[in-house]
Design a protein. Structure first.
Length: 408
C-alpha cells in the first residue's frame, strides 16, 4: 500500500503561505452561529480569498460564494460544494450551494458565460441592468442591483464605496424605483473592517431611511462583507437580532458576504532572513516582498504582525511608526524587492535577528494570495495547508516556468 510521505514544516523551502484549517473552521463556526440565529445566509467573498484547496472544510458552514468577475464566478461554480463537477449529479436542491455573480462592469462578450454559472446576478448600474437583463431573464436567473447609500464605515478612502464620485452602485431612489420590476434583490456593500455593532446598526438604519420603500418590494438583500463580527468581544447575538428584525420587517432573505471574517487569523507568510544590516537601526531582509506577496500592506500603508520566529509563537505587533524615530534598538524587516518602501514593519524583538531565522507574518490569508504577483521576478510563495488532522499538504508550488508563462 502506497502512502504519501509526511511533510515537515521545518523542511519546507520558504517563502510559503501557510493556511490552518482548524483556524478557518473556528471562523466558520462563528459564521454558522450567526446564520442560525439570524436566518441570514453567508457567501464566501472570493475577491478576498479564493484558495480552493481548503473549500472542503468551509462548505458545510457557508451557503455558497460571491464573485467580482467572470473568473471568480466560474471558480465558485466549479469548486465550491455541490456546484462542483464531481457532485453535480447528486445535488439535493435544498443543499445546493449558491453562486452569486457581481461585477463593476460586465462586457457583452462575457455575460452569457457568467450567466451559465450564476444562481443570481447583481448589476452595478442601471445601465448594465438595462443592457443585460434580457439575457438573465431568458435563463431565469434572478437579477439584483447594487445600491450606494452614500455613507459607509471605512477608514480608508481607497476602499470607501461611498467616496466622492463613486461608481459603485446606484443612489437615486426615483431611478431605482423605476426598475423595481426588473430586479428581485439588491446588494449594499458599505463596510470595511467595521468592528462596531453600533456603527453597523446605525448605518443599516440609514439604509432603511433612504431605501425602505425599495426594500419592501424585494425578495433578498445582500449586505456585503466588511463586518468584523468574529472578534472575540463582538456582540454576535445583537447583530443576529438586528439582521433578523431587518429580514422580517421587509420580508427579505438577508445575505452576508464574509471575506476577511472567513479566514482572519488563519494564514501566515513564512519567510527566511537572508541578510542583516545596520543603518541607525537594525535591519533585516527576508525572502519575500510586501509588494509581491502582501500587497495590501503597501496599499493601506500598514505593517504585518509577526506570528512566530523560528517556530516559536511570538505575537509581536509592529510598533507605531509615529513613536519610533529615536528607537535605535528596533528592527525594521524589509522585503527583498528593489522597492525602497518594501517594509513588513518595525518591531521590538527579544533578540537581534540572524541570517537563516524563519519569520512567519500573520494575517496573510485575506487579500494576499488573490493579489500575489511576480514583481522583480521574486520567488512566488508556495501554498501550504495544515489540515484538520495536523498533516501538512503542499497545495501548490511555483517555479521559473510559472513566472515565464505569466508574461509573453
Amino acid at each position: 500500500m502506497n502512502s504519501t510521505p509526511a511533510v515537515s514544516l521545518a523542511a519546507l523551502k520558504t517563502p510559503y503561505y501557510l493556511l490552518d484549517e482548524a483556524a478557518i473552521v473556528a471562523n466558520m463556526q462563528i459564521i454558522a452561529r450567526l446564520c442560525e440565529l439570524s436566518g441570514a445566509k453567508a457567501l464566501l467573498a472570493l475577491k478576498c480569498f479564493a484558495t480552493w484547496g481548503v473549500f472542503d472544510v468551509m462548505e458545510p458552514y457557508l451557503h455558497g460564494t460571491t464573485s467580482s468577475s467572470l473568473n471568480e464566478v466560474r471558480l465558485g461554480y466549479e469548486t465550491f460544494g455541490n456546484n462542483s463537477a464531481d457532485n453535480n449529479n447528486n445535488v439535493n436542491n435544498q443543499d445546493k450551494k449558491e453562486t452569486h455573480a457581481y461585477s463593476v462592469a460586465y462586457s457583452a462578450g462575457e455575460i452569457d458565460e457568467v450567466l451559465s454559472y450564476a444562481d443570481k446576478i447583481i448589476f452595478n448600474s442601471i445601465s448594465q441592468l438595462n443592457a443585460f437583463k434580457g439575457q438573465a431573464a431568458a435563463k431565469n436567473i434572478p437579477v439584483g442591483l447594487r445600491l450606494n447609500p452614500k455613507t459607509s464605515n471605512s477608514s480608508f478612502i481607497i476602499a470607501d464605496p461611498a467616496r466622492p464620485f463613486s461608481r459603485l452602485g446606484e443612489h437615486d431612489k426615483d431611478k431605482i424605483a423605476a426598475v423595481l420590476g426588473d430586479i428581485t434583490g439588491v446588494m449594499i456593500h458599505n463596510n470595511c473592517e467595521n468592528d462596531s455593532f453600533e456603527a453597523f446598526s446605525a448605518s443599516l438604519a440609514d439604509i432603511e431611511d433612504r431605501f425602505g420603500d425599495v426594500l419592501a418590494h424585494l425578495e433578498w438583500v445582500s449586505l456585503g462583507g466588511g463586518i468584523h463580527f468574529i472578534a472575540p468581544d463582538y456582540p454576535l447575538e445583537k447583530l443576529a437580532d438586528r439582521l433578523k428584525g431587518f429580514s422580517e420587517k421587509y420580508g427579505v432573505q438577508v445575505y452576508l458576504e464574509p471575506g476577511e471574517a472567513s479566514i482572519h487569523g488563519a494564514g501566515s507568510l513564512v519567510t527566511t532572513v537572508l541578510d542583516t544590516m545596520h543603518n541607525e537601526k537594525n535591519l533585516a531582509v527576508v525572502d519575500a516582498s510586501i509588494e509581491a506577496h502582501m500587497l495590501d500592506l503597501l496599499i493601506y500603508r500598514e505593517s504585518a504582525p509577526i506570528a512566530s520566529i523560528n517556530g516559536e509563537f511570538m505575537a509581536i505587533a509592529p510598533v507605531n511608526k509615529d513613536q519610533v524615530d529615536d528607537a535605535i534598538d528596533n528592527t525594521i524587516i524589509y522585503g527583498r524587492s528593489c522597492l525602497a518602501g518594501d517594509i513588513f514593519g518595525e518591531y521590538i524583538l527579544p533578540s537581534n535577528l540572524q541570517i537563516g531565522d524563519k519569520i512567519a507574518f500573520g494575517n496573510a490569508a485575506g487579500y494576499t494570495m488573490v493579489k500575489k504577483n511576480w514583481f522583480n521576478g521574486v520567488n512566488m510563495p508556495a501554498i501550504v495547508i495544515r489540515r484538520l488532522d495536523g498533516s501538512i499538504d503542499i497545495q501548490r508550488e511555483f517555479d521559473y516556468q510559472d513566472y515565464k508563462a505569466s508574461l509573453s
